[in-house]
Design a protein around this ligand. Structure first.
Ligand code: HSE
Length: 299
């Protein structure tokens, strides 16, 4: 019998304003990775987002992640056919790299019956991809707070009510490395205090579905002030989304996409942000997405 496994991994929006490098939310937009054991060799097929730019050889992130798992457990298939069906845009701030790393790890884990638990998969994905604030919510679903403590990762899953967000992605390349290089090495104590209070408020407001507090709770002084000027029209898109009724707007991950929270009116909010990008000369795309409460699924 041919061994075959499919893994579905959600997109994520990390940071959510003040939760820089420690908070992330899983969204209902997915990549699917199918592994089929073959007699030999490697074949990679990519459909959907990233079909053009993503490599189809050993350097492919899904393949690298699978290779790492096979190495860790000391077992590998004779050959491998990989099919990636991607709905998560690449390089967008929506966790496509975390999704690729998790997709490869979980598919490999299931294909060779390795039985690694989620904690081990979280550690491996973070080692490969580098951003636990995307990896943790993608793996566990919902809102995840991730703490790094002397090389160990602690994840707290925080239940949130059903909600939808608007995502707007401008056609602008902003590599995460570049968005991180724009940040200062040190921040004033007042800015650290500003963010610390808001992270607490944000967790409480999201858990309670309290849109009235979300505007203040998503304010940030650690990364957004340095990153917004990197993308034409981004600051204007934030303002336009708010004017169109968004209760809160944040940079999604390291950008360039933004995430807007509102109890209703997501379509108009998305269109307002897109119009702001258009005024700055950028095309953009938008999505209205529910929060994913489940995380990765293996079939
Ligand atoms: N938290 C990381 C950053 C990105 O803002 O640079 C995770 O996507």
């Amino acid at each position: 019998m041919v061994r075959q496994v499919t893994v579905t991994v959600p997109a994520t929006t990390a940071n959510l304003g003040p939760g820089f490098d420690c908070l992330g939310l899983a969204l209902g937009l997915y990549n699917r990775v199918t592994f089929v054991e073959t007699a030999g060799g490697l074949e990679v097929v990519i459909r959907g987002e990233g079909a053009e730019p993503l490599p189809t050889d050993e350097t492919n992130l899904v393949v690298r992640a699978a290779g790492r798992l096979f190495q860790v457990v000391g077992r590998r298939p004779a050959g491998l056919r990989v099919v990636q069906e991607n709905d998560i845009p690449v390089g967008s701030g929506l966790g496509s790299s975390a999704a690729a790393a998790l997709g490869g790890l979980l598919a490999a884990n299931a294909l060779v019956n390795a039985g690694l638990e989620r904690e081990a998969l979280l550690a491996l994905a973070t080692e490969i991809e580098g951003h636990p604030d995307n990896v943790a919510p993608a793996l566990y679903g919902g809102l995840a707070l991730v703490i790094q403590d002397e090389g160990r990762l602690l994840v707290e899953s925080i239940p949130v009510p059903e909600m939808e967000v608007a995502i707007v992605l401008p056609a602008f390349e902003l590599p995460t490395a570049e968005a991180r290089a724009a940040l200062p090495k040190q921040v004033p104590l007042a800015d650290a205090v500003f963010n610390a209070g808001r992270v607490g408020l944000l967790v409480r407001a999201l858990a309670a579905g309290d849109y009235g507090r979300l505007g203040m709770a998503t304010q940030d002084r650690l990364h957004q002030p340095y990153r917004l000027p990197l993308v034409p029209g981004l600051a204007q898109a934030f303002a336009a989304a708010r004017a169109a009724g968004a209760a809160a707007v944040a940079l999604s991950g390291a950008g360039p996409s933004l995430v807007a929270f509102a109890p209703a009116g997501h379509q108009a909010i998305g269109e307002a942000a897109m119009a702001a990008f258009a005024s700055a000369g950028l095309e953009s795309r938008s999505w209205i997405l529910p929060v994913d409460g489940v995380g990765c699924r293996v079939e």
